[in-house]
Unconditional design. Structure first.
Lengths: 56, 136
């Protein structure tokens, strides 16, 4: 899971938040200091039509 | 002998949140519990070092505004977190080391400490955790 900084109290807004050892991430999320960064899903490959009746 | 004037202006972070502008007092004390090992034949008590149990006590202005004191601390009560403190906001160095308590515990959080004509301030104490100091 990756996080983005949402408050200048934590760092530069918009930058990724690096979780240091011992930091309570749930508390930061609850307080609105960071937000979860949604991981973009890999794009599906374009569908290509194949002629299944193609003669061999 | 040279003398120096030291103006206390530490940088304080709680759970990675910079709360310097809400803090008016900070007291970090490194404690290693004393275990008595005095035995027969001794004429004075002697001790050996036990577990580390350092504390950081902060006096803070209580603010319920977004991403301020209450928002930082509310979810930390009864949990462990990491706090850091260094003498000044300048870059970390040998003369401005950053002290860290990793995994320290926040047992209590005063919610309101109200008095007529006075700012709402709270005292909180982080206990335990692993103490470390960095100079770079």
């Amino acid at each position: 899971m990756t996080y983005t900084i949402a408050s200048s109290k934590v760092g530069i807004i918009g930058e990724p938040f690096i979780v240091a050892e011992g930091v309570n991430v749930a508390a930061l999320l609850e307080g609105g200091f960071i937000v979860e960064q949604s991981t973009p899903k890999p794009k599906k490959p374009a569908k290509t039509s194949t002629d299944i009746n193609e003669e061999i | 002998m040279a003398t120096s004037t030291y103006l206390s202006n530490p940088l304080v972070t709680v759970n990675s949140v910079d709360l310097t502008d809400q803090t008016s007092s900070a007291n970090l004390t490194r404690v290693i519990e004393a275990l008595e090992s005095t035995s027969f034949g001794k004429t004075a008590r002697v001790y050996v070092g036990g577990l580390e149990n350092s504390t950081l006590t902060l006096t803070m202005y209580n603010s319920f505004a977004a991403t301020e004191t209450y928002a930082t601390l509310a979810a930390l009560v009864g949990t462990s977190t990491t706090v850091t403190i260094k003498p000044t906001s300048a870059a970390t160095s040998a003369t401005n080391p950053v002290s860290t308590l990793t995994g320290c515990y926040l047992e209590t959080l005063p919610i309101i400490n109200a008095a007529l004509g006075a700012l709402d301030t709270i005292d909180i104490t982080f206990t335990g955790g692993v103490y470390s100091v960095a100079t770079s």
